[in-house]
Design a binder for this molecule. Structure first.
Ligand code: HEC
Length: 151
């Protein structure tokens, strides 16, 4: 009987570990980069201007429907915690956190169906770790500690 209990305990512990391990961390390389490549690159890819170039001639680029480049980890990070902090969150939010209740203007590009958009939004949310729509000058030290954004 004792041995049976020990066996059951070991089994339960092993199964718990397998399930805990199966939830892999969301990273830029494995999850966000491929997502941006398929959903955002046509306007934010290698051909797009750097954020500085974009800011300098915003109207010209907007008329051509081209946004600032988001082709590397560093380039994307700027829109989460950098100079343009919260831009990713403000533009991808589905309306749950925006002041007017409308989705951000890039939300539609997250997928073709609402199901796909919600699924991809949850990947972005998990990666960011702290879904605040605040701008860089509104972020507190507490906010900054809560961001995740693994490379
Ligand atoms: C059809 C073109 C197009 C697609 C696709 C697109 N964007 Fe954009 N994006 C733009 C343009 C143009 C702007 C600049 C004008 C504006 O802010 O609306 C922009 C602006 C942004 C900004 C704000 C930058 C700033 O400086 O405030 C973010 C963040 C952003 N896009 C993220 C994304 C993400 C993430 C995706 C993919 C899910 C995406 N966009 C897909 C065209 C696009």
């Amino acid at each position: 009987m004792k041995r049976y209990i020990v066996t059951v305990c070991i089994l339960v512990i092993s199964v718990t570990f397998v399930f805990a391990g199966s939830h892999k961390e969301v990273t830029y390389q494995d999850d966000i980069r491929p997502l941006i490549e398929s959903q955002c690159f046509m306007c934010h890819g290698d051909h797009a201007p750097s954020l500085d170039e974009f800011d300098a001639e915003q109207e010209k680029y907007e008329n051509r429907n081209i946004g600032p480049r988001m082709a590397t980890y560093e380039e994307v990070k700027v829109f989460v915690t950098g100079d343009d902090a919260g831009a990713i969150m403000r533009s991808l939010d589905d309306g749950s956190n925006t002041a007017d209740g409308n989705p951000g203007n890039m939300y539609e590009y997250l997928g073709r169906t609402d199901e796909a958009r919600q699924k991809n939004l949850s990947v972005f949310k998990e990666w960011v770790g702290h879904w605040t729509l605040k701008r860089s000058d509104e972020l507190t030290d507490e906010d900054i500690k809560k961001f995740s954004i693994p490379e």
